[in-house]
Write a protein that binds this ligand. Structure first.
Ligand code: NAD
Length: 386
């Protein structure tokens, strides 16, 4: 069978997301199945080069995954005309500079969210990519979660009637780092290092709400630093300078009110670490990362307030599992495959740097809302020529 090779410069692969989701479950998984089958019958063979700061870690990763190429020099990697794609999963504050370089070198760009630490910078990247004529994409993995795919299926099928409200309860306990090892990187809790829950999570909520329910019109947010002191990877104490929880309200264009609680200082008492509930006149659904359960109007019980007796209604029993009806791939891999097809076959790909900038915009406005203690409208984004 004919093969076609594509070189992918992968920066930030020694990190949590880079190793687990992008290398292991996406690029390596596609390589292990012999590449990606293209429309014309050929196979796309992925040839990654790992880039990072620490040669020992890169060498170990490359050996573990049977990858031949690695380098500690991004400039050298970008200078190779045989590698067409630049991928970035570095810590957020490092992203813009490297993406700028990659675009200048004529590479197609795929990167993690948030695309930058400020809206101005995020828009600049979108503009540069557009002007350079390269293809570009931003990770929007939550759209490819099985639970969210099923929720979207219900929306598209008209299950909800008139949609009314959308609620998220998301988060878990991030250990402080003194007693047990911290389960998220310490830079996440320092604003000077590009951390903060709003910049981290609101880009996800932007594309998720915009794409699944309706575009966001306005935001009201209250953010908090619940845990003021943490310990880093070396066991050194530091002050938290970035929020670890945010309580957000969003008004959507179709009139739906969304209410999202996102927290690294909570302990879930629910089936999954995040659960979205969408209520409508004709039905409601609760989606997690994998599962989705729905209750139609006709199955809705009529509770009575009576704390004097044990609750007589088994509320959970009145919900039905939404079946998979298809096979769901890992959310990151699914988007990688689409981006690769976009580059090689010119297949459509909607989640570009402009969509990424919208996520940074929402984060910026939410933080401003929290500081100024007021609702803020979300203006339409345009890319101005330089
Ligand atoms: N899509 C998602 O669901 C999701 C989830 C978590 C994180 N992310 C994003 O992925 C990116 C990486 O997050 P992570 O949790 O993997 O972080 P991490 O700290 O585990 O990894 C960061 C990577 O950046 C590299 N790096 C380069 N310069 C650095 C510097 N000066 N300081 C620290 N690290 C540096 C590190 O070597 C490492 O490879 C972030 O932008 C984050 O917002 C996305």
């Amino acid at each position: 069978m004919d093969q076609v090779r594509i070189g992918i410069i992968m920066n930030g692969v020694t990190g949590r997301m880079g190793t687990r989701q992008h290398l292991d479950r996406s690029i390596v998984a596609i390589r292990e199945q012999g590449g990606l089958a293209l429309q014309d019958g050929r196979r796309l063979v992925l040839d990654p080069i790992l880039v990072g700061r620490n040669p020992a870690k890169l060498e170990e990763l490359a050996r573990r995954y049977g990858i031949d190429r690695w380098t500690a020099s991004l400039d050298d990697a970008l200078a190779n005309d045989d590698d067409a794609i630049y991928f970035d999963a570095q810590t957020t504050s490092m992203r813009a500079e490297s993406v700028r370089k990659a675009i200048a070198a004529g590479k197609h760009v795929f990167c993690e969210k948030p695309t930058a630490v400020s809206l101005d910078e995020a828009l600049e990247l979108a503009r540069l990519a557009r002007e350079a004529g390269v293809k570009h994409g931003v990770v929007q993995d939550k759209l490819f979660l099985p639970g969210i795919r099923k929720l979207k299926r219900l929306v598209d099928g008209g299950f909800f009637g008139t949609m009314l409200s959308f609620r998220l309860n998301f988060g878990y306990w991030v250990f402080e780092g003194d007693w047990q090892h911290p389960n998220r990187p310490s830079w996440n809790y320092r604003s000077e290092d590009g951390g903060g829950l709003v910049l981290d999570m609101y880009p996800h909520w932007r594309y998720l709400i915009d794409n699944v329910v309706s575009p966001i019109k306005s935001v009201l947010c209250h953010s908090a630093i619940h845990i003021p002191k943490r310990w880093d990877e070396e066991g050194k104490a530091y002050d938290s300078t970035a929020e670890d929880a945010a309580y957000g309200l969003f008004e959507l264009e179709n009139g739906v009110t969304a209410q999202f609680t996102t927290s690294w200082a909570t302990r879930p008492y629910r089936d999954e670490i995040g659960e979205w509930q969408l209520d409508g006149t004709h039905g409601s659904a609760v989606a997690g990362l994998r599962e989705c359960r729905a209750q139609a109007r006709a199955n809705t019980p009529m509770p009575v307030w009576n704390p004097d007796i044990p609750n007589p209604i088994d509320f959970r029993a009145g919900w039905l599992e939404v079946p998979d009806n298809e096979q769901f791939e890992n959310a990151f891999r699914a988007q990688w495959e689409m981006f690769l097809r976009h580059v090689v076959e010119d297949a459509p790909f909607d989640w570009d740097l402009m969509e990424g900038a919208k996520g940074v915009q929402l984060a910026e406005l939410a933080l401003r809302s929290s500081r100024e203690r007021r609702w803020i409208d979300v203006p339409e984004l345009v890319v101005e020529p330089a």
